[in-house]
Design a protein around this ligand. Sequence first.
Ligand SMILES: *Cc1c(COP(=O)(O)O)cnc(C)c1O
Length: 371
Amino acid sequence: MSAIPVSASSLASALMRKEVLDLHAYHVPDSRGLIKLDAMENPYALPLPLRKEIATIVGNAAINRYPDPNPAALKEEICNTLGLPPDMEVLLGNGSDELIQLLALAMNKPGAAMMSLEPSFVMYRMIANYTGMRYVGVPLKINSGADDFSLDMTETLKAIKREQPSLVFLAYPNNPTGNLYPSLDVKRIIEAAPGLVVVDEAYYAFASDSFIPHLASYPNLLVMRTFSKLGMAGLRLGFLAGNKAWLGQLEKLRLPYNVGVLTQLVAGKLLAHHGVLLQQAEQIKMDRARLYQQLGEISAVQVYPSEANFLLFRVSDANEVFGGLRQRGVLIKNLNGGHPMLKNCLRVTVGTRAENDTFIAALRETIIQSA
Ligand SMILES: *Cc1c(COP(=O)(O)O)cnc(C)c1O
């Protein structure tokens, strides 16, 4: 009975896949007591009458039962509210992060590659890594002044030809840079790609263009959206829209109860009041313009144009500015160190007027103090 003493950590590292052991977990900083402008959340509460209706719905929810595994009414509500072309369907995910994972699982044949642009949403690369899918990141343009983070079409088309990716993710607008690529370029990518192209429209409510109207034109196109940035981040609901031929196959991989009872009920209710959320998005777009202008007036700041609910900006010492803001009670996202092109870059989510003003005042103070 002499069991060899082993630690849980040596067991875990001996037994788990290398891809998992090599990962750095997605870090979510503690935001208690801070003005939270780090995660692209909608800062507004819902109108009180709507909250009361939601309270009743939640109070009456049958949480002792499994959720509807195929909430047809909710899916129809999504198709109608967002004006999906006829013949197109949706597949629901527990946030769109889950859908990225599902796509990687489905498309990861031996040797298959996932392609995206760099810098972009970190979950594409992270999910490729842990599902063991080959990842190809094509750099966006850099050191081109106002053209920073624009598509490098020559390199992108070359990489598509060379790598033959079976799955391409294009964030439209891009995160964390905020820009919307020219739609003609995105079309050229879809036409050149031998595989599936997923246009990720997480920020659709703040952007001036969408690929949903083009779904019927391209057999290799899916559009992915989430309700997180629109004001439902806590509910976790995203969807893929497109042809049934794709979605029917992907359905087989979806875990049957991935969207919970409360999410189904509350999202259904909120979609019936989509106008309220879109109005909040309009306010955020106006405040984004104001914040862009204010940032542009600070000479030590280089701010980039955005069609999302955040702004990317560069300073001379991002770590110091990030720390200074935090000391003054404002939490934004420090992108320094995340990607070489994002050296000294910070990303601020557009908050309420008052939050934005506090942020700008804190930023001015921080920069003056460090100058
Ligand atoms: C936030 C974000 C997502 C993920 O959203 P979920 O909350 O998982 O639905 C996906 N893509 C991009 C580009 C994002 O910025």
